[in-house]
Ligand binder design. Structure first.
Ligand SMILES: CC(C)(COP(=O)(O)OP(=O)(O)OC[C@H]1O[C@@H](n2cnc3c(N)ncnc32)[C@H](O)[C@@H]1OP(=O)(O)O)[C@@H](O)C(=O)NCCC(=O)NCCS
Length: 313
């Protein structure tokens, strides 16, 4: 078994492995990974994807890639086919991650590395991160079956909900930045710390298929009726033909505890149910107890616990 630079390979070398990954994401997370896989393969052919491949007898059976975002490296994926060639999956994952982490740490100008391994159970691939001094944050993957409805009459009198539009980018970025100030999630994702970072986050969610396909019909903003100022938002993507995923929900600190979070979730749930979706998923940091408790009270169940890792050099 060898670990080689991913850029030695083409999409046809990687396609069988990604077909397997698509099956794993469907089984574990009810997530159709096809459009993400196609994007990865396009980047492969453009020789644009930095990362490493695990190769045995000329065949790629594992890979991990990363992207550079100014002074940050983000580990995009890690996948190793189980039971291939008698190799130990954990050992191959450890070697791939060690190569990726070392490459990023030695890249000039890179001061921060982030990774979220959604398809790995917490602790499963943590060893190379811990060894390199990353901090680790447990995150929950939660799912609400859409047989459950949310009763939300609590909405404050001066606030109304309306559908997301393209005019909401800038004000939503402002709400995100304010909502995540001194919040555990801005330790995990530094984009939340600035307006420009929050705009980049929104742009990725709305315009790129990395986290499903943005679903504007099921995405809402909460606005003040008189000033029209945005005070909260929920963004939803479609991750399978019948499954929505909340990619963002936040409410300004001074408007919390009034039922707005619940009302935003209710609007998304109602819209998806009308369109015959069968489930709504989301991810949340375990330490974010107000959010975790809210989701649990509304009927979301924790299906998996996974890790987010952060390194600052
Ligand atoms: C999570 C979040 C969206 C919830 O929004 P919210 O408008 O406060 O939610 P709600 O008012 O509908 O529900 C919060 C619950 O906590 C209770 N609560 C009481 N006081 C509260 C307070 N000061 N702040 C927050 N919640 C409070 C509410 O009564 C409610 O309980 P209930 O459902 O039994 O009535 C909001 O806390 C937030 O924006 N947090 C920062 C960003 C974030 O963590 N997003 C989630 C990432 S996964």
């Amino acid at each position: 078994m060898e670990i080689l630079d991913l850029r030695h390979f083409t999409s046809s070398d990687l396609r069988p492995l990604l077909d397997d990954e698509v099956r794993v994401w469907a089984d574990l997370l009810c997530w159709d990974y096809t459009s993400s896989a196609e994007m990865i393969l396009r980047y492969m052919d453009a020789k644009f994807l930095p990362g490493y491949a695990a190769v045995s007898r000329g065949k790629v059976f594992g890979y991990s890639f990363f992207v550079y975002e100014s002074s940050k490296g983000v580990i995009g994926d890690l996948f190793v086919r189980s039971g291939d060639n008698g190799t130990n999956r954990e050992e191959v994952e450890r070697r791939l991650l060690t190569h990726v982490i070392e490459t990023l740490q030695q890249s000039p100008g890179i001061h921060r590395i982030e990774a979220q391994l959604l398809a790995h159970e917490a602790g499963e691939a943590s060893q190379p991160f811990i060894a390199q001094g990353f901090s680790r944050h447990a995150r929950l993957f939660m799912v609400l079956p859409l047989t459950i409805q949310i009763d939300a009459k609590l909405i404050a009198a001066d606030i109304e909900l309306r559908r997301w539009t393209d005019q909401d980018y800038q004000p939503s970025a402002g709400v995100i930045t304010a909502a995540y100030r001194n919040h555990v999630d801005s330790l995990i994702n530094d984009q939340y710390r600035t307006l420009s970072g929050s705009l980049r986050f929104l742009n990725n969610i709305v315009r790129f298929p990395g986290c499903g396909t943005f679903d504007p019909e099921a995405s809402f903003v909460a606005v003040n009726r008189r000033s029209h100022a945005l005070v909260g938002a929920i963004l939803c993507s479609r991750v399978r033909y019948d499954t929505g995923h909340v990619t963002q929900i936040c409410v300004l600190p001074e408007h919390r505890g009034l039922g707005l979070g619940k009302a935003l979730l209710a609007a998304t749930v109602q819209n998806l149910s009308q369109r015959k979706f069968s489930a709504l998923s989301l991810t949340v940091t375990e330490a974010n107890t107000p959010a975790v408790d809210l989701y649990a009270r509304l009927g979301f169940e924790t299906k998996r616990v996974f890790d987010a890792f952060v390194w600052e050099g």
